[in-house]
Design a protein around this ligand. Sequence first.
Ligand code: PEP
Ligand code: MN
Length: 339
Amino acid sequence: MIIKLKKKIKDREKKGLTDFLIKNDVNFQFVNLYNIDHVVTSAEWADKKVIENMFGGAILEIIDTRTEYQLSTRTYKRENTVIDIGRGIIFGTNKTVMIAGPCAIESEEQIFKTAQHLKKHNIKLFRAGAYKPRTSPYSFQGLEEEGLKILAKVRDKFDMSIITEVKDETHLDMVAEYADIIQIGTKSMYIFNLLRKCGKLSKPILLKRGFMATIKEFLQAADFIMSSGNPNVILCERGIRAFEPQTRFSLDICSAALLKEISHLPIVLDPSHAMGRAAQVPIVAQAAAALEVDGVMIETHPNPEEAKSDKEQAVSLAVFDNIMGKVRLVCSAVGRELI
Ligand code: PEP
Ligand code: MN
């Protein structure tokens, strides 16, 4: 249950409501979203009438969601959440944002080469990781702050916004300083303290679905961020683990379609990590665009064979050109503008 409180609620009324919930053993938390104080209670507790009768004077609205994810649903917020990053980048409207760049920052040369090429397509949102959550401890783990500094140069030199990932809480403040959007990777979707800390920031968060997470768990993770005060969450479908080993993961397009109905949050699809093979990334990118999502994320590298991370799925800059051509056509066919 979500209780929206009136602006000028008295301390006495707030205490009355709090005491009542404690007395009834209800889990709840306060959060201010969109400039309105909310009390979000555990899903199973839904004695709306009682609350209305006792505290009606202090209450703007009670939303009885009856689900374990609440703030991320359209039951709570009917209209799309629109996230404006600046530089013309906007999520949650009729635009599809192309997000492109390499998996990892490897050198200034590699990053500048990529950015310069992407700029020809007027790509506005550059992606690359400085803190890479690698499965093997022996793989390249990222350039850390040195990498973030290269991204800062990209922002200035090429006038692009930056999305980069955070692995855990230890470097969140540092990443937040450099990023326009903070990415939480698939393996970090379950780090609840990280979700909470990202919820304390105002920077938009791109939350990738855990590759073993259900849609419910995915939205519960989004709720962790939102219930900590940050409503600017972008959902990213990047593939879930199925039984088939020949594709890296399976891009759950059905979930993307369903999420558009049940959640007001923008949705991005990531064909690169789902497919895991560069040859098929272009055609899956076309399919992603056809789903009328808010963004498509593609990993591209000036020299894919030498990429230090996710090289099998990195498309060359020439292949990226083809992807842009086709994705633009698909977007216009479904009535969306590719930006
Ligand atoms: C990435 O975007 O490079 C990445 C590591 O993604 P994921 O967390 O989806 O594997
Ligand atoms: Mn990657």
